[in-house]
Design a binder for this molecule. Structure first.
Ligand SMILES: [Zn+2]
Length: 186
């Protein structure tokens, strides 16, 4: 993982690196949808998480967090969309697809994303405490693909997309404000 621990947040609050403006526009728009889903989750008494799966900017499935409603701790927004897309497409190979989420996926969701072989994972907020990237580096772990071809090479991870609106939501929720890097707390 790049720079974490020695250099602090400045090194990992990296900007999107995609080449085309079009893809950046897709990412901003789709992350905004994740923020809206997270707001809806809060209104339903859930934690502020929302996720969707898209291909070339076209949404296929969306979900907000459903842990409380489902009485199921695995009903993270990302898991719900990953379950649904497999049923929809009748495949468990999501090569060519992108997973979008308001907050860096936890280890459970990150590992599932690796099993599904996404090309891209697009994230707004980093999660240093619970993240499957910054805490455990599952999303970018090269060893998985070396161990077995079942795992493809890591997806492209784009983080800090649409930070302002996502951080605004987390800043309004004291429990989740603590998840934010200090410089995003207001
Ligand atoms: Zn999760």
């Amino acid at each position: 993982m790049r720079g974490w621990g020695s250099c602090g947040w400045s090194s990992i609050l990296r900007s999107p690196t995609l080449a085309t403006t079009t893809m950046l526009d897709f990412d901003e728009k789709l992350i905004q949808t994740c923020v809206d889903l997270a707001k809806s989750a809060v209104q339903h008494g859930e934690a502020p998480f929302g996720s969707l799966i898209a291909k070339d900017g076209e949404m296929l499935v969306t979900s907000e967090q459903r842990v409380i409603r489902d009485n199921d701790v695995t009903s993270h927004a990302e898991i719900v969309v990953m379950r649904e897309v497999q049923k929809l497409l009748k495949t468990n190979d999501l090569s060519g697809y992108s997973l979008y989420t308001i907050c860096e996926p936890c280890p459970m969701c990150a590992f599932m994303a690796r099993e599904l072989k996404f090309d891209r994972v697009v994230i707004s907020l980093p999660s240093p405490s619970f993240g499957g990237l910054h805490r455990w580096n599952i999303l970018e772990d090269q060893e998985l693909a070396k161990f077995t071809p079942y795992f493809k090479n890591p997806p492209e991870v784009v983080i800090n997309v649409g930070l302002e609106k996502a951080a605004e939501l987390y800043n309004s929720l004291p429990l989740f404000q603590r998840m934010l890097p200090e410089e995003l707390r207001k």
